[in-house]
Design a protein around this ligand. Structure first.
Ligand SMILES: Cc1cc2nc3c(=O)[nH]c(=O)nc-3n(C[C@H](O)[C@H](O)[C@H](O)COP(=O)(O)O)c2cc1C
Length: 200
C-alpha cells in the first residue's frame, strides 16, 4: 500500500476538515456564480476513483453546464407535469423544479449502470456509485463549491429513467447541484455516535 510517510497528520487534518465542512446547500441558496467546466471535470475524475467490486465501475454521469442546467430543470418540471395526475399536481412543486436551475452552475445526474458481472450484487453497484458521488461532493467542498445531492422530483420515477433511455436495471442515483453560495451552514447529526458504533 502506498503510504504517506511524512506529514501524515497534515493529510488527515485536511481531509477531516473537508469532510466536516461539506454541507448540503439547496440550489435556491446558490448565487448564480459559474464554475469553470475544467473544475467540474476534475470532480468527475475524482468520482472515477471510487472503490468498485469486480471493477465494474458502474457510475455514469450526465453533465448539464450553465444554460443547459436551466434547460434540464425545465425538462424535469415537465416530466413532473406530464406524469402526475391533475388532482395530485402541485404548481408550487412544478415551479420549484424549474427554479432549481436558476442559480446552480452545473447539474450532474448520477446513474448506476448495472454491469454484467452477475457475481456483483446490485446493492454493491449502488454502493460504488454512491461512493463516486461522495467523491464529487468532497472535491467540490475542497474547491469552495457548494453542492447538493438530491433525489427530489422525478429522480426515482420511471419517466426519468425513460428520459435518459436507461435500462430497467439501471438507476438514477441522484441529481447533484453545484454552484457557489455565501450561505454558512452548520451540520447537524440527530443520532449520537455512541448509538452507531459497537466496539468489540
Ligand atoms: C441519497 C440522498 C438523497 C438526498 N435527497 C435530498 C432531497 O431530495 N432534498 C433535500 O433537501 N436533501 C436531500 N439530500 C440531502 C440531505 O438532506 C442531507 O444530506 C442531510 O440533511 C444532512 O445534511 P448534510 O448533507 O449537510 O450533512 C439527500 C441526501 C442523500 C444522501
Amino acid at each position: 500500500m502506498n503510504s504517506f510517510n511524512k506529514d501524515d497528520n497534515n493529510y488527515f487534518s485536511i481531509l477531516s476538515k473537508i469532510i466536516h465542512q461539506r454541507r448540503s446547500v439547496k440550489p435556491g441558496l446558490m448565487n448564480g456564480g459559474q464554475i469553470p467546466d475544467e473544475q467540474v471535470n476534475e470532480l468527475l475524475h475524482l468520482a472515477d476513483w471510487a472503490p468498485t467490486h469486480g471493477n465494474t465501475e458502474p457510475w455514469r454521469f450526465i453533465v448539464y453546464a450553465h444554460d443547459s442546467a436551466k434547460e434540464f430543470s425545465r425538462q424535469h418540471a415537465e416530466l413532473y407535469k406530464n406524469n402526475t395526475l391533475p388532482e395530485k399536481f402541485l404548481t408550487d412543486k412544478y415551479e420549484k423544479l424549474i427554479s432549481n436551475g436558476d442559480k446552480a452552475s452545473h447539474i450532474i445526474v448520477a446513474i448506476m449502470q448495472r454491469g454484467n458481472l452477475s457475481k456483483v450484487p446490485v446493492i454493491e453497484e449502488i454502493a460504488a456509485t454512491a461512493a463516486a458521488v461522495q467523491h464529487i461532493l468532497l472535491g467540490a467542498t475542497a474547491l469552495g463549491i457548494a453542492s447538493m445531492w438530491s433525489t427530489g422530483g422525478m429522480t426515482h420515477h420511471k419517466a426519468m429513467k425513460d428520459f435518459f433511455q436507461l435500462r430497467e436495471e439501471d438507476i438514477v442515483m441522484g441529481i447533484i447541484y453545484l454552484g457557489y453560495s455565501e450561505k454558512e451552514l452548520s451540520g447537524r447529526r440527530a443520532t449520537p455516535m455512541t448509538e452507531k458504533i459497537k466496539w468489540m
